[in-house]
Design a protein around this ligand. Structure first.
Ligand SMILES: C[S@@+](CC[C@H](N)C(=O)[O-])C[C@H]1O[C@@H](n2cnc3c(N)ncnc32)[C@H](O)[C@@H]1O
Length: 372
């Protein structure tokens, strides 16, 4: 039996990327084009430009009825552009609750809201539902902008929300938004805690797109760390001296500096309380965080294998979002392994280097042999 197409054939054909078009045209003439179109993606997708393969994969997800084969073949070409956190973010109820409370407190019927990075459109819709005059939200990816528009239409907010298909860097008052916005919704900080770049971005938004007293949601960020004695995260980072009696340690040249751990993670041997490693108000004039040393006090005894690190967003109404290891959040906490386990007793103070690049923090022990 012919598989139903979810879009008219001509609409599909108009959207097929150029390299796929001659083959797709022939296949769309068949009674059941679905198997052939999926196979076309699988074979030609590997040989053609990644953007064309991605666009064709997305088109097949919209045009063909759901099937395991459609989803598994298309996922290969979607994964790089659309990592799994697009979905995880929307399901992060801790994040959503904090943003929702902050938005409902900040928004008034006179508010013009600007959002950078629309994604699903969830936060823009929260602001519209809270009664904003209008929400302008920008999304640099045209496919994601289209997805947000669908969600916005489904929820009846088409008149209240404008999705601007543009990077926020290109937005101008008078051209994209009618006047400066009173509220900025953003989500610039991930677990890697982009440090020096954010004040520059916020400063440009404040100078060009926001009112003088605009409210930023969130308004403050911190990187939080906790010393742990659990050895198991080390298995995600490097191999021991021998495995099954064989020395395979040459593979350790591929060690990465840090590992993200999907929460919730149970810590069997916590060795400190959570400690603020770096924090900043993105509206402050100076890049707020420079490289520094922070001491972390052990609260228990054991061999410290490394540090778990996550981020904290604060909102003006007092709402807080933290991707703490004991919660299931879309940003995963990081494990920063020490080169060698460090024996500690309660009351010991371990010095940690907090190195801030333009885009990330790096954390290590000051006494570490890799210290430089
Ligand atoms: C963390 S997601 C936003 C998730 C969204 N708040 C939600 O709940 O679905 C970030 C979004 O910002 C977009 N983005 C990244 N850089 C951007 C930029 N410079 N200008 C506009 N959008 C950007 C990405 O394509 C992505 O869709």
């Amino acid at each position: 039996m012919a598989a139903r197409l979810l879009l008219p054939r001509d609409d599909i054909l108009n959207q097929v990327p150029a390299s796929f078009r001659p083959f797709a045209e022939a296949l769309l003439g068949e009674d059941d084009p679905a198997p052939g179109l999926i196979q076309l993606l699988g074979t030609l997708g590997r040989k053609t430009a990644p953007e064309e393969a991605r666009d064709f994969a997305l088109l097949l997800r919209r045009a063909l009825p759901p099937s395991a084969r459609r989803d598994r073949v298309s996922e290969v070409f979607l994964r790089e552009s659309y990592p799994a956190w697009y979905i995880r973010a929307v399901n992060d109820r801790h994040r959503n609750a904090a943003y929702c409370a902050a938005i409902e407190t900040a928004v008034t019927p006179r508010s013009i809201v600007l959002e950078t990075g629309t994604g699903s459109g969830l936060f823009a819709m929260m602001a519209a539902r809270a009664g904003a005059t209008h929400v302008y939200t920008c999304e640099k990816d045209p496919h994601v902008a289209e997805i947000a528009r669908l969600n916005i239409a489904r929820n009846g907010f088409r008149d209240k929300i404008t999705v601007l298909e543009s990077p926020h860097e290109e937005l101008r008052v008078g051209e994209h938004i009618p006047r400066r916005a009173d509220i900025l919704l953003h989500e610039f900080v991930a677990s890697h805690f982009m440090v020096k770049e954010i004040p520059k971005i916020i400063s440009r938004l404040r100078n060009e797109l926001l009112t003088d007293d605009a409210v930023l949601l969130p308004s403050r960020f911190s990187a939080i760390g906790k010393l742990i004695g659990d050895p198991w995260p080390l298995d995600l980072v490097r191999v021991p001296d021998t495995v099954e009696g064989l020395d395979v340690s040459a593979i350790n040249i591929l060690e990465v500096a840090d590992v993200s751990l999907p929460g919730p993670v149970t810590i069997e041997t916590p060795l400190s309380a959570p400690v603020t490693l770096a924090d900043f108000d993105p509206c402050a004039d100076d890049a707020p965080t420079t490289d520094r040393v922070v001491e972390i006090e052990a609260t228990g005894s054991g061999a410290a294998s490394g540090l778990l690190q996550w981020v904290r967003y604060e909102f003006p109404d007092g709402s807080v979002y933290e991707n703490r290891p004991d919660l299931a959040c879309h940003w995963w906490p990081y494990f920063w392994p020490f080169a060698n386990a460090v024996p500690v007793r309660a009351g010991d103070r371990l010095p940690l280097k907090i190195l801030c690049s333009e885009t990330e923090v790096f954390i290590d022990l000051v006494t570490d042999s890799r210290d430089d």
